[in-house]
Design a protein around this ligand. Structure first.
Ligand SMILES: [Zn+2]
Length: 64
């Protein structure tokens, strides 16, 4: 059984299109949506059964 651990020190940038796993490129599922908070982050989990890594995505919607 693989350990599942979210690495909050390793952030990925959300883009407007489909979010894909930075590790294997498969589709991801949002398991924690904090995009409405000040942190604007989402935790995604890879849907590939041989990957299942979790990633923290940050929104790039800062408008100056
Ligand atoms: Zn993956």
């Amino acid at each position: 059984m693989k350990q599942s651990k979210v690495d909050f020190n390793n952030l990925f940038l959300m883009n407007e299109d489909i979010t894909t796993c930075p590790n294997c490129g498969s589709r991801t599922d949002i398991i924690l949506d904090l995009s409405h908070t000040k942190d604007s982050t989402q935790v995604h989990k890879c849907l590939a059964l041989d990957c299942l890594m979790e990633f923290v995505f940050v929104s790039d919607s800062d408008e100056n």
